[in-house]
Design a protein around this ligand. Structure first.
Ligand code: F6P
Length: 746
């Protein structure tokens, strides 16, 4: 560190000394020279009368004596008498032999002789009748040379020593100042709980530095996390390592409405375990298996109460438990108001632009508030520390983040909204829009699948709440809290568990064809979802009709197998969706079906992930035609199931997945003709094209898997925790500094 000061300073002083010493030498030289000239004049004035007399009396002997006696003076080398035509008439013995009389018009001449430089000063004497005589006084100048160079040397040494001393003092002062600052900052940043009164205050000059550090911290936050996340090879182990290193001792708590394991009681009293048809569960379950912790969810299965302990807890996954499932019980009234009412009849259609009118009832809202409170209570009860990492899932819990924030102010609350966020115009029809936004902004991090949804959210906040939005950093500050709003496209585990025990693709193909009574060479397209009006199931059936109408060569050679799990059947919009799909299937099958062949097979039944994967492996094509979808993990699962690198994916442009799976055949689900054409294109696509597209999509899903999703959020959360700690202390330091400046005390 000291060298950074000393070396440049020495260089500067060295250059200065090197540049100035000769100048000082020259100055000295000319001073001494004029001194010698003056002395010559003095000598001349003291003897010129005597010399004049001696010339007129032609007394050469006396003149010789005079010259010799004057020339005995140190540094006065010799005297001579010259004529105007430069003849030397008299001289003292030391007159240099090669020195000629100077020209009469030259008063002072410096001659460089072999023995050294001399000054010849000539002065006119009284003129005689015959000629003008000049007295020439010769001075030895070697002493000037000596003195100048001695002075130069002394000066260089002096400047050198001065430079070193100044550099050392500068370095020392800088070092001490810096060390003082660092010590005080370090102390105040690393002892947050000791109370502000104990901290040493910084000088007021530190305030700008504090502001800069704060700015820097903000700036570093966003880009770095994405870059870090991309470099890591994401898998359960890397996620565990991240938790261990970045969030040591952090308790992870997940909250969702849907539970990952449902126990049902059969008619004979036996219990069966079911894995729900839920993208949320598909994504979150591998994370919990990797990280441990507690998952709080609604116990919705008929045998759920029979399978928990006295604290309503259950170790899962069954057989190899790694985390705790904490079940919460809801009454029918709560379930109707919170889940079927506000969440699925109100918020779901509000956020999905599928042209189903949202229903908002005050009774539903009240239940929604009460159930959010109930889950928030459970979170606080399950929290073993004041600052757990809480992962809040979905639109069922818009109010919970604020409720938890009020009771656990230091919790890191990461809320992920699994469905789209509408534009502010559409959102504005919600009677509780302000409450919902305010509740969500209790989160530390708020994630959506796409940047577009983040922007819609920020616009909504801007329109309906009083708060500060930093659009560059995507941060909303409400005064009491700060929320980072970011896109985190959700994904699936890689490699998927459901793939582990699958048969080879040709075996799956044969099995499924046999199971559904299809000819061996039938080309098979599949669709797998819940019976939800947002999925565009009827629309894809119309696309099949279009295909058969315009490409009749497919009649008898192609089948569309649709698996749809009944869902939310209490709501008429869902019942109608199923009814519509059944009616359209019947109509198309009647129109195009032949003896022993139907174009569409509709199976309204829940399938476990393994069965779904077998189906994907048997298919030639998978169709995802959502009218609006946050992400759609079916598309990613199809890609993951195809380790043979074959199969075509048709994907709606209105599903978040279309932003990542660019090699799918992207379609507009409202355009059944275009979708029919896409079906034809997919069924006739050459093998090498299918492989190329599938390879690229697999690469994407394998890299951006569910561990990447969770890892990025946790990395951001860990940075935020560190940053908040630093910011809190910087705020204190700033306040203390300004108090000091105002003469206040802390
Ligand atoms: O899309 C939102 C979501 O939570 C999905 O993650 C999931 O597929 C679906 O809704 C499940 O809904 P439910 O839990 O109501 O059956």
């Amino acid at each position: 560190m000291a060298f950074r000061f000393i070396v440049p300073l020495l260089i500067i002083l060295g250059c200065t000394a090197w540049g100035t010493s000769p100048l000082v030498g020259q100055l000295m030289h000319s001073w001494l020279l004029s001194d010698v000239e003056l002395r010559s004049q003095l000598v001349f004035h003291s003897i010129h009368d005597t010399v004049d007399v001696m010339i007129s009396t032609k007394d050469d002997v006396k003149m010789d004596e005079l010259f010799r006696s004057i020339a005995s003076d140190e540094r006065l080398l010799a005297l001579g008498l010259c004529t105007s035509n430069r003849m030397l008439m008299h001289r003292s013995p030391e007159w240099p032999k090669i020195l000629a009389c100077p020209a009469p018009e030259q008063r002072f001449v410096v001659e460089h002789l072999a023995a050294g430089p001399v000054l010849a000063a000539s002065f006119a004497l009284s003129s005689t009748e015959s000629d003008q005589r000049y007295l020439v006084i010769v001075h030895d100048l070697t002493f000037i040379e000596r003195r100048s160079s001695t002075l130069e040397n002394y000066l260089s040494v002096f400047l050198g020593v001065l430079g070193v001393v100044v550099a050392l003092i500068t370095a020392l002062v800088a070092q001490l100042t810096l060390r003082g600052w660092i010590q005080v900052m370090y102390k105040s940043l690393t002892t947050p709980d000791q109370g502000h009164a104990h901290k040493k205050l910084l000088e007021p000059e530190i305030a700008p530095l504090v502001r800069e550090v704060r700015k820097m911290l903000r700036g570093l936050d966003a880009p770095k996390s994405a870059a870090d996340a991309i470099r890591i090879d994401w898998n359960p182990e890397s996620l565990r390592t991240l938790l261990r290193n970045e969030l040591p001792e952090a308790q992870v708590i997940v909250v969702s409405n849907r539970e990952p394991y449902i126990h049902h009681e059969e008619e004979d009293g036996s219990i069966v375990l079911q894995r729900p048809a839920s993208g949320l569960v598909t994504a979150l379950e591998p994370i919990c298996r990797a990280c441990g912790g507690t998952w709080i969810a609604h116990g919705s299965g008929s045998a759920d109460r029979r399978t928990v302990d006295a604290n309503d807890r259950l170790a899962v996954p069954p057989g190899a438990p790694t985390y705790t499932l904490r079940r919460l019980w809801l009454s029918d009234e709560e379930q109707d108001g919170y889940y079927y009412g506000l969440a699925n009849a109100g918020l779901w259609p509000l956020c999905h632009i599928a042209f189903v009118r949202p229903v908002f009832r005050t009774e539903d809202w009240e239940q929604y508030v009460a159930v959010n409170r109930k889950f928030a209570d459970a979170v606080v009860a399950e929290a073993k520390t004041q600052n757990p990492v809480l992962l809040v899932q979905d639109y069922h819990f818009a109010l919970l983040p604020r409720m938890v924030r009020e009771r656990l102010p230091n919790a890191t609350i990461i809320t992920f909204w699994h469905i789209p966020w509408p534009n502010p115009e559409a959102f504005s029809i919600c009677p509780w829009r302000e409450e919902i936004l305010w509740g969500m902004l209790g989160s530390s991090i708020l994630g959506f699948h796409t940047r577009f949804h983040c922007l819609n959210f920020l616009e909504s906040v801007d329109r309906f709440l009083e708060c500060h939005i930093d659009r560059e950093q995507s941060i909303v500050s409400t005064g009491s809290s700060t929320t980072v709003v970011r896109p985190y496209p959700i994904s699936i585990e890689w490699p998927p568990t459901a793939l582990a025990n699958q048969c080879a693709v040709p075996v799956c193909r044969a099995m499924i064809r046999q199971q559904y009574g299809l000819a061996e060479n039938t080309l098979l397209a599949v669709g797998v979802e819940r019976f939800d009006y947002t999925k565009g199931i009827a629309e894809r059936f119309h696309a099949v009709a279009h295909l058969l109408e315009h490409h009749p060569e497919w009649i008898g050679r192609f089948t569309f197998l649709q698996i749809a799990a009944p869902t939310r059947s209490q709501l008429s919009a869902y019942r109608n969706t199923q009814l519509e799909a059944e009616v359209v299937t019947r109509t198309i099958n009647e129109r195009f079906g032949t003896a022993g062949w139907v174009p569409i097979i509709l199976v309204a039944k829940h399938h476990d992930p393994e069965a779904v994967f077998t189906l994907f492996r048997a298919a030639d094509l998978c169709m995802v035609s959502s009218l609006h979808d946050g992400m759609n993990l079916v598309a990613k699962e199809f890609v993951a199931a195809r380790d043979d690198e074959d199969g075509v994916l048709i994907l709606s442009t209105f599903a978040g997945a279309s932003r990542e799976l660019l090699e799918a055949l992207i379609v507009n689900p409202y355009d059944c003709h275009a979708m029919g054409d896409a079906l034809h294109r997919g069924l006739t696509m050459p093998l090498e094209h299918r492989r190329e597209r599938m390879r690229l999509m697999r690469e994407m899903v394998s890299e951006r898997n569910i561990y990447f999703w969770a890892g990025r959020m946790l990395l951001d959360a860990s940075r935020m925790r560190k940053r908040h700690r630093i910011e809190a202390d910087l705020t204190f330091v700033e306040t203390s500094s300004s108090n000091r400046r105002r003469g206040g005390t802390v």
